[in-house]
Design a protein around this ligand. Structure first.
Ligand code: ASP
Length: 436
């Protein structure tokens, strides 16, 4: 029998009703043996996530204010969950212990982690699974840096002892037992670590969407789901803003060759999206389209630039000295463009341009603002003739002016730069060109 590791995100464990859905999903398949949970998220759009409320408690304490009323909201939610689920995990006592720790000196990692801890207790009781606390198993150093080797050996040794278990996501501890958390959304990472530690056949990441769509549905309402995506494609699309999964969650599963399946707790029959390194066939040549607005492009032109040794190196040093990170660097024979997010340039642009002028003496420098970048991604595009023609033909038909083109040699990703105002038109046009 295989082993499946499931991680349920905040909206999947937001209340008793959601946890009942989790129970049903887990019970339909005996291979679903290890369950990682987030803290309860929003039940409706104006609701608060438990983790946000916990961080708010810490802010109150740091400002010498009482956190009592915020903590009461948290207590009420967990007590209601315990009651509605009909389980007894002694939640009053657990909450009392946390309340006693809410005093100056408490770390935000400890406070934030309690959301997952309590949710794990409830989920374990509902499922009748063992509760395994990741403190002491998921290891960090004293500065909060995650330690992969210690974690893998401790976690796999512990989980071998359990037939079924619930493990709270998001946190672990340092070698002195102090609680440490990953960055926000880090329960995804815990799921991946558990999958690796138990040698899972698949890591199912259950959320409130049925995987990835080929484009943002606010722009392309008919956007189809992506059935299969490689890690590389995922990286390209997430970089452009299409995110469902914490970026660091990919590595442990990928290292151990475990596919990740994004699934929807509210629609468990939908197969969702499978992320793996396996070559795949989707119905369309492209896998997905994603983009981001608000970039600036600084274009330098200098006659005979290509013969000037170290030109780009000096340009990059100037960017570094001005603390500006760049996103893309398309080059021509005598031109080089630096694509930078506009936010990066706030308050720095003039100094940067002065430095470039002084140290590189370009013939011209031009700065275009308000550019959007759009990535059309798909390993299926490789070696297919006509992809560029279809893409640029569609943009031309839609009246979109393409200001920049950047295609990596892998041919897996074609990035174009268009005016912010043409962002949505361009995405719709590309989608229609490739998805029938
Ligand atoms: N509860 C944490 C957060 O809201 C971690 C997680 O849900 O993955 O960021």
């Amino acid at each position: 029998m295989g082993i499946k590791v499931l991680k349920f995100g905040g909206s999947s464990v937001a209340d008793a009703l959601q946890l009942q859905k989790v129970k049903k999903i887990v019970e339909t398949d005996p291979e679903r043996r290890f369950i990682v949970v987030s803290a309860p998220g929003k039940r409706f759009s104006d609701d608060s996530k438990i983790t946000d409320l916990l961080y708010l408690c810490k802010t109150h304490i740091d400002n010498n204010l009482t956190a009592a009323h915020v903590f009461q909201v948290i207590c009420d939610r967990y007590k209601m969950m315990e009651m509605n689920l009909g389980v007894d995990v002694n939640i009053d006592k657990e909450l009392e212990i946390i309340r006693e720790n809410l005093k100056p000196g408490v770390t935000s990692d400890y406070i934030a982690s309690r959301g997952e801890y309590l949710c794990g207790k409830l989920a374990a009781a509902v499922l009748g699974f063992d509760f395994v606390d990741p403190a002491g198993l998921i290891c960090f150093d004293e500065r909060g840096r995650y330690l992969p080797d210690q974690t893998d050996s401790r976690l796999s040794a512990e989980l071998k002892k359990h037939e079924n278990a619930v493990i709270p996501g998001f946190y672990g501890s340092d070698m002195d037992g102090n609680i440490k958390t990953f960055s926000r959304g880090g329960s995804d990472i815990t799921g991946s670590l558990v999958a690796k530690a138990v040698g899972a056949d698949i890591y199912e990441n259950w959320t409130d969407v049925s995987g990835f769509l080929m484009a943002d549905p606010r722009i392309v309402p008919e956007a189809k789901p992506i059935k299969n995506i490689t890690y590389k494609e995922l990286r390209e699309l997430s970089y452009m803003g299409a995110s469902v999964l914490h970026e660091d969650a990919v590595f442990p599963a990928r290292e151990a060759n475990i596919p990740i399946n994004i699934r929807n707790t509210n629609d468990p029959d939908d197969p969702g999206t499978i992320i793996s390194d396996a070559p795949h066939e989707n119905d369309s040549i492209i896998t997905g389209i994603a983009g981001r607005r608000d970039f600036a492009v600084i274009t330098l032109y200098k006659n005979m630039m290509n013969a000037e040794v170290g030109f780009v190196k000096r340009l990059l040093t100037i960017l570094e000295n001005n603390d500006v990170a760049f996103e893309h660097l398309p080059t021509g024979i005598d031109t080089v463009c630096v694509v930078v997010s506009q936010k990066q340039l706030e308050g720095k642009l003039q100094d940067l341009l002065d430095d470039i002028e002084r140290r590189l003496s370009p013939d011209t420098i031009e700065v275009y603002h308000d550019m959007a970048l759009i990535a059309t991604v798909g390993t299926g595009m490789t070696r297919r003739p006509g992809v560029c023609a279809a893409l640029f033909g569609a943009l031309n038909d839609a009246g979109v002016n393409v200001r920049m083109i950047d295609q990596g040699s892998s041919e897996m990703n074609i990035i174009i730069g268009v005016e912010n105002d043409s962002f949505e038109t361009a995405i719709s046009a590309i989608y229609k060109a490739f998805v029938k």
